[in-house]
Structure formats: C-alpha cells, structure tokens
Design a protein around this ligand. Structure first.
Ligand SMILES: *Cc1c(COP(=O)(O)O)cnc(C)c1O
Length: 388
C-alpha cells in the first residue's frame, strides 16, 4: 500500500531518491517495506545486537591516542576502533544487518559488489555464518591489487566474479551487481556495501552503521564529560562516516568532518548528478559519465558519495576536506609507530587530517577519529610503495 509518492522518499535535500527501471523499482519498494517493518521490531533488534556483540566483538573501544597527542600537540585525539571488529573494518556491521533482513525476506542468494575487498569479505563472512549462497562482483583491477582478499572470500565459500567492463573498478562492479539483481530478484538479495545507491539503501546502511556513533558518544561523555570538538571520518561512499556522524548530527556544536582523497575529490569538486540510481555530488567527465579516479586506498575510489553527505555538505552542516595519497601514507606510518596501530589506508586519510587539525586547536579540544579499518590488507601495497 503506497501512500507516499516515490519522489518524496529517500531524499536528503535535493539528493538521494531512486532512479531505476520499473522492475528494479518494485524490488526497491519491497525492500523498503521490509526494512521499515523490521528495523524497530524488538526481535530483529535483539538478534542484530546479539551478533554485533558475540560475532563482531562490539562494543569496540574509543582509544585515547596519548602518544600521538603528545607528539603532535594541540587537541586530544581519540580513535574509534572499528579496526578491531571481526574482519577488520566497519563493513561487517552493515553486512550483518542486511543479511538478517535478507533472511527474513526469504532470500537464498546474496550478491554484493566490492572495491578494496573489505565489503566482499564482510559479506562472504556473514553468508558463511548464515548459510547463504554468496556471489561477489569485483573490478578486475581491484581483484589484482587485493588478491589476498579474493582468496579470503573464496575460503569463506563465496564465488568472486572479476568484472572486466569499463575500468575494471568498483563502479563497474556496482553496475554488474545491479544487472544481476534485475535478472534474479525473486530469490536474490543485493547486500550493498556503502551509504549509496537508490532508496532505501542509504537510509538502511546508515541505520546499521549508526552503532558507531551511538557507542562513541556514550564513550566520549564517559571519558571527557563533554562532546567532542569534531568527529572525523574518511569518505568513500560514506558509510563509516555517516555511521560515525549519525548521533552527532543534531549536536550543532560538534563539527563533522569528512575526509576524501585528493585524487577523488567528489565532495570538493563534484556536481549534482544521478549515478547508480540515486542523485549525489559526483565527478563527471566531459561526456557526463562518472569520472575515472585513482586513490591509493581502493575503498575510497568511487566517483560519487552518499546522498546524505551531499546534503550535509551543501547545507553546511558538515565539512569535507581532502588529503593526498602521500599524506595518508605518512599518517599510516606515524600511527603505526606512535600507537602500535596499523590503520587501513582509507582510515589513514582521516588520521592525516586529524593530525593537521589537532595542531590548530587547543589542549581542551577533543577529536574523535573513526578508524574505519585495520591496515593488514594494505601492508604489501605500502611495502611496494615505500621500497620504490
Ligand atoms: C570500504 C572502506 C572505506 C570506505 O567506505 P565508506 O562506505 O566510505 O565507509 C573506508 N575504510 C575502510 C577500512 C574500508 O574498508
């Protein structure tokens, strides 16, 4: 029973919505209906919380980076430790949430796209545990630079399909997964990995990732007795950032800062356009096609960004800044040496900006940096870059 017109649903200002062919729209409507049905259902919430605790290992700590703070000077830097989650990043939060929904919807087959391989690993992990068939679409280039993650997914029982079309990157994998869904929607659930895509995905992914800021807010109030000066997170599609921001959005004194790679500056240079079934700020080439990007962090290599971030930027609620691959690479090493924590290259972008910003702030200021993942997956790549 549709009482709300499609055009008014899933919008953040002018961004978001659902721009997909009719048959896919029906799948989206059904998904929305089921998501709305279960998201506040006490049994669903209990089961979600059970797996977050017993399987993901939540709650994870908000660690005071004391050495880094001392060495750096200025604001106190805290790290929200999504790197300590099972599978090593924030993506598992969303994978568990969506697979619990898929189970209730009677799906037998899970498909997903992946860039760095982290979402593929998170999805394959959840599928292994819940006994679901799992097919992962991955750009060919990404399968090459994240070969170990491909093998990891295969170990977990997933079938990895390398996508050679286009640039052989994340956006091509998304296209391929959407194509599969249109063909097989009767028995297939598309487990989307970031706060992007047509409605209801951005809202649903935020819902499952909001646990990050639900915890960090409670933790920082316990440790500091006040809210942070700023919350800082890297933005690819924007899922770790929207989860890290969610519970602070209405706290107007808390600065929200998204950090994107200078090599894929979607927020800084993007224009409003529709890609992959939703409207967002995006980088376009002269032909109006999503523009090729190259970040050293595969997880940040996406020409668009979630609709809510696009709105947070244009409405002025959040700030978005850029960090170069070189700066991220330095932060990767600095955090490893000062704190004994090897961050993901994606997260290193957030760390790099926090290091800069902390120096400009006072000792009473507090920064919460979302450490979206651990760097084990990147060590080989960094080894090659540093030895060159
Ligand atoms: C995938 C990934 C990201 C980027 O994705 P978002 O949806 O923007 O969070 C960031 N950090 C890590 C560790 C990732 O695996």
């Amino acid at each position: 029973m549709e009482t709300v017109s499609l055009e008014s649903k899933g919008y953040f200002g002018e961004f978001g919505g659902s721009f997909v062919p009719g048959d896919l729209q029906q799948v989206m409507n059904q998904l929305e209906e089921q998501f709305l049905r279960y998201k506040d259902d006490p049994e669903f919430i209990e089961e979600f919380n059970y797996y977050l605790k017993e399987y993901v290992g939540r709650e994870n700590p908000l660690t005071f980076a004391e050495n880094l703070t001392k060495q750096n000077g200025g604001a106190k830097i805290y790290l929200k430790r999504e790197d300590l989650n099972h599978t090593g990043a924030h993506k598992i939060n969303n994978a568990i949430g969506q697979i619990l929904l898929a189970k209730r919807m009677g799906a037998k087959r899970i498909i997903a796209e992946t860039g760095a391989g982290q979402h593929g690993v998170a999805t394959a992990t959840a599928c292994a545990m819940f006994g679901m068939e799992c097919i992962i679409y991955m750009g060919k280039l990404d399968t090459e630079r994240q070969a170990l993650n491909v093998f990891r997914m295969e170990l977990l029982g997933a079938k990895v399909v390398p996508v050679e079309k286009g640039q052989g990157r994340l956006k091509d994998a998304v296209d391929e997964a959407l194509g599969d869904l249109v063909q097989n929607y009767q028995n297939t659930f598309y487990l989307l990995g970031s706060a992007v895509g047509p409605h209801p995905y951005p809202t649903m992914v935020k819902h499952f990732q909001a646990i990050i800021s639900e915890e960090s807010k409670r933790q920082i109030l316990e440790k500091e007795g006040k809210l942070p000066t700023a919350v800082i997170a890297c933005t690819g599609g924007g899922s770790n950032a929207i989860g890290a921001f969610a519970h602070y959005i209405n706290e107007k004194d808390v600065r929200l800062i998204g950090v994107e790679p200078a090599e894929a500056p979607t927020m800084t240079e993007g224009v409003p356009a529709v890609i992959h079934g939703f409207k967002c700020l995006t980088l376009l080439d002269e032909l109006g096609e999503p523009k090729p990007t190259y970040s050293i962090a595969a997880g940040l290599d996406y020409p668009g960004v979630g609709p809510e971030h696009s709105h947070l930027k244009t409405s002025g609620r959040a700030e978005y800044v850029t960090i170069t691959g070189q700066e991220a690479l330095e932060a990767f090493q600095v955090l490893s040496k000062t704190e004994g924590i090897i961050p993901a290259l994606e997260s290193s972008h957030a760390v790099a900006y926090a290091i800069k910003l902390a120096k400009e702030l006072a000792a009473e200021d507090v920064l919460v940096v979302n450490l979206s993942g651990r760097g084990d997956k990147d060590v080989e790549q960094v080894f090659k870059m540093l030895k060159k």
